[in-house]
Every structure is written in structure tokens, then in C-alpha cells.
Write a protein that binds this ligand. Sequence first.
Ligand SMILES: [Zn+2]
Length: 351
Amino acid sequence: MANNINTKICMNPECALHGKANEGNIRTHGWYKTKTSRRRRYICSACGKSFSSNQGSAYHRLRASKEKINYACHMSAEGVNISAISRILGHSWNTINRWLERARKDSHDFQVKHLEGYELHEIQADEIKAFTHANKRKVWILALIDVGTRLWPSVLTGKRNYKNIRKLFGKALHKGDVDNKLFITTDGFTPYSWVLKRMLGPACLYGQVVKKRKKNQITKVARKVIIGSKEQIADALECSEDSENLNTSFIERLNLTIRRNTSYLHRKTPAHASRPDRLQEQLELQQCYYNFMRPHQALKFGAEVYTPAMMAKIADHKVSWAEVLQLYLATLVEFLVNCCNNSYEHLKTAV
Ligand SMILES: [Zn+2]
């Protein structure tokens, strides 16, 4: 679709046909050479301005090949730090950082558009302690997982307090559907129960797993029912395909994945994130990769391994980095083609 001339639009904001598809004003205008290959140029007959096939995507005005940029994003999402990527690919630290800045922004936008419409049945929430700045300022990462689909609907960095926990649950519930009684498990941190009692009340079942530690060893595990009765929790556990008792194993496993795949969070790392917002952006890139691109070994069906988004039925294939990095272009083209088709139904979904 991206190379079809009918889907090309004039990018010049001063042109009378700016942003209009199917007007017949766009013609091919030869090629231009890049360091590694050649790229198509187009020209608009209305304003006489030319533009490249990459305009409007994250690849625009970057000299390296798309494959190389995708590869750098992939490595970053798997926990390779920027210095290592720059050594592997032979580009400067600043170049790699510029690519990743675009990828972080596009990952955020991709999830705003696509991470919605999932169903939540059983969720677990937890926190990870992390540091930012060279002088090790403490920051918490709050994350939440849907156990059945392994989908990771929301993540937040900041203080571990009532306000942020409410934001974490609000974000996940706002974009998803809750069917029947939502079954929630967390650790024993008290503000969880304040938030859930106020936010969902009897519309959910809520249990806590409280672990007592001595010299880093778990000495005692207590399981408490906070909202609902013991019988209702037992019924919910009976219906669950994954949990046999109240547990936080699935969110703890996700925490491990987050820690291993985010280079800022490696243990004993000398390179913490410079600011909490940088850490949040990197986590969103990581979240986009985890939900939409990375096959999850627990979601293996015969020869096929699903991604959490496929399991949650919000994606029908494994998404590629190219799709994420060309999102702006794809959305604009999709919107304009639908406008031309004059179809109200399409318009609704495009907006
Ligand atoms: Zn034009």
C-alpha cells in the first residue's frame, strides 16, 4: 500500500491539494541515492514540490537503511544499551539515540491507537524499584498484567502512592472491557486496597499475597481476601486456566522480563536513565515490543507462538518495527482513502 501512487499525498502544507489523496497530482520523479541504496522521489503537479517515499515516517531524513534502523530498535527492546548498539552497527551514540527517540515516540503513538478493546479477566499488579540519574534517585515502576492473555496494558513510573496506583488501574480499565467479575491480585501494599475499594468496590474480587522476608529469604506467605468472599475467590480460581491459588507469579515474571529487556534497569548498571520521563519512554517502547511483536512462549499453540496482542484479539499478526515506525503515514493514508471513499463507517473507525 505504501508504494501505491494513489495513496501518496502532497506533504507541502502550502499546497492547495495538501493531504488530499487520489487527486492525480502526484507523479513519480525519479530516484535519489542514499549511502546504501536508492529511494523513490515523487512530485506534486499542483505546487511543483518534490518529496521522498519516506516523508512522514520515522525513517525520514535518516541516511541508514530501514533494516538497520529496525535492527537497532529490536536490539534496544531486547535490552542492548545504546553504546553497545553503536559499536555493533558502527554508528555514533548520538545517531543511535536519535533513531531510538523516534522509535519511542512512535511506540507510544502505536499503543495509543492499537492497545484498546481487550478484555480483562484476571489481573495482577506489582512495583519494581529502579534508579534514575547518576546519583541514583529512587523511582518506582508500576506495572499490570492480564494473566490469561499475558497482555501488559499499562505501565507508569514515579512515586509508589495512591495517585499513581489509581492512574495505573484507570489506564488499563479505560481502554479495555471488563466482563463479569474482575479478579485482581497484588502484593500487600495498602494503597492498592484503598484504590480498588473506591474504584471498583464489589464489582471486583480482590486478594493480596503478603510475603514476609528475612535476609532476602521468604519466610512466610499469607493470602488475604480483601474484596469478595473466600467462596467467590475459590470459584474464580476454579475458572482460571493459569492460577491454582492466590499468587503474583505472572506479574513477577513480567517484572523480570522488563528488568532484563530494559538496559537502564540491569542490576549493577553504571548507566541509569538520565530522567524518569526517559525511563517511561523506554518502557513504552519495551511495552509495545512485548505486546505486539515478541512471541510469548506461554502462548504456544502447535507450531505457532502468539504475541499477547494476538491472544487478546487486538492484533491478527506479529507486528513489525516497520509498521510501528510508519504509523503516522499509514494512519494519514488510511484516513484520507476512507474520506475519498466517503464511507461513514470507515470514517468513524479512522477517527
Ligand atoms: Zn502540492
